[in-house]
Write a protein that binds this ligand. Structure first.
Ligand code: FCB
Length: 454
């Protein structure tokens, strides 16, 4: 039985997914190849050679998946739109069959009483744009705004709020700096223009969406940064890491400027990519963001680098805490710390927050009784919701919580080996089995709605 949560009565409960992780149907109805189709096909790129060719087959089974959401009693569903379904090569006229899929999805969600919260870009860039430089090319930002306009014109009458980008930090670092995600480029600090061009794309798309009277959010991956000690060297390293992971993707949106990256030997023009006027386009007029989406998984412990000359930080182990199946440290109070820290850092410039992702990978499989007893996920979620309640009690304005994820799905470079769902998916039969955490979350939402929240 979920405990009492001290959250506002109109707090919104949701679940999140992303197109490439669940849809499958990669060749259907005019969809073009994305960077993930190409990357996943590269030998050795993804664990066990898994690809998103079929994934959860959600493209064909979305009605069944919406029934699962309805069963949970969700207020909202965060999903992403696959750009290569809308424009196979990332530019030019819209592919009507691709738009029609999201049209059906949105209508079916509304029919189930669930508000759609679409993300326009969750890492599946049309490969044709990558061939022209991807997010290293300024032009991609303008193509993104055109794509946003097409989608907003088709779905905007039924979609009150949009998320432009998912985790531009992770996309830049894993995709362009380290090469462990698509598009698989390992450019280290030369990847920084991919930060600026994503943010510019956000700003241009936000203007299009706001012209149409819609709300705009971004979903940032944020982490509390813990210095390994209070020596000046560790403190400086932690500050440098914080600038890269957290501030680089939030300061320009809320404060209209980039953080100091001089510890990286990088100037304010981020490798020559920032042009006059760009920061104004990113921040937009007035408060440029209607809400900040926060994806939280764990804190990060940072020490001074062992050797000078490379990056100005080194990641250190967080010891003495439980770990998820992925090996990520479980620190629920890190969510409270993060939220309170955002309020302290940005003050009145901080818009209302929605937790757009939070969850954990657990390796549990169906037992002899056919059910999946994922108590570790329940403990994870309960701990993080308590931390969220504590942040709200400390005055942070949080409007909703979207857990990652509704379904077990394609976990990027890990393939199908990390299960984050409230619902178990057998990737051979496509059979969906709600786990214990599904029943727990349903109960939690029902208890809250019955007025036992604040
Ligand atoms: C986030 C991603 C999401 C999922 C979770 C586990 O970084 O946005 O797609 O992979 O991690």
């Amino acid at each position: 039985m979920p405990h009492r949560l001290d959250l506002p009565a109109d707090f919104r409960w949701g679940a999140s997914t992303a197109a490439y992780q669940i849809e499958g149907a990669v060749d259907e109805d005019g969809r073009g190849p994305s960077v993930w189709d190409v990357f996943a096909a590269r030998p050795g790129a993804v664990r066990d050679g898994h690809t998103g060719r079929v994934a959860c087959d959600h493209y064909h089974r979305y009605a069944e998946d919406i029934a699962l959401m309805r069963g949970l009693g969700l207020d909202g569903y965060r999903f992403s739109i696959a750009w290569p379904r809308i424009q196979a090569t990332g530019s030019g006229p819209a592919n009507q069959a691709g738009l029609a899929f999201y049209d059906r999805l949105v209508d079916a969600l509304l029919e189930a009483g669930i508000t759609p919260l679409p993300t326009l870009f969750h890492w599946d860039l049309p490969q044709a744009l990558e061939d022209g430089g991807g997010w290293l090319a300024r032009d991609t930002a303008y193509r993104f705004a055109e794509y946003a306009e097409i989608v907003a014109d088709r779905l905007g009458d039924r979609v009150p709020a949009w998320i432009t980008l998912n985790e531009p930090f992770v996309h830049m670092v894993f995709g362009y700096a380290l090469g462990i995600h698509a598009p698989g480029r390992a450019l280290m600090l030369d990847a920084l223009p991919a930060a600026h061009h994503q943010l510019l794309g956000h700003g241009l798309a936000a203007a299009v969406l706001r012209e149409r009277g819609r709300e705009v959010l971004i979903a940032n991956n944020l982490t509390p940064v813990w210095p390994a000690s209070d020596t000046p060297a560790d403190l400086a390293a932690a500050e440098a890491y914080d600038a890269l992971h957290n501030r680089l993707f939030t300061d320009p949106l809320l404060l209209g400027r980039y953080p100091d990256l001089s510890a990286y030997g990088v100037g304010e023009d981020l490798g020559g990519s920032v042009r006059p006027g760009d920061l104004g386009l990113i921040a937009g007029p007035g408060p440029g963001l209607d809400g900040l989406g926060v994806n939280y998984y764990n804190p990060t412990r940072i020490a001074a680098p062992a050797e000078p000359g490379g990056l100005p930080f080194a990641e250190a182990e967080i010891e003495g805490v439980p770990r998820t199946a992925f090996g990520w440290p479980v620190v629920p109070d890190g969510l409270r710390e993060l939220l309170v820290g955002l309020r302290e850092r940005y003050g009145a410039a901080l818009p209302p927050i929605t937790i757009t992702e939070n969850g954990c990978s657990v390796a549990d499989e169906p037992g002899p009784d056919g059910t999946v007893h994922d108590q570790r996920r329940i403990d994870y979620l309960a701990g993080h919701l308590d931390a969220l309640g504590a942040a709200v009690a400390q005055g942070v304005d949080v409007r909703g919580y979207f857990t990652w994820s509704l379904l077990d799905n394609y976990e990027w470079a890990e393939g199908f080996n990390q299960r984050f769902g409230l619902v178990h998916v057998d990737f051979t039969t496509q059979r969906r089995t709600p786990k214990s955490s599904y029943a727990w979350y349903r109960e939690l939402i029902a208890v809250h709605r019955a007025g036992q929240g604040r």
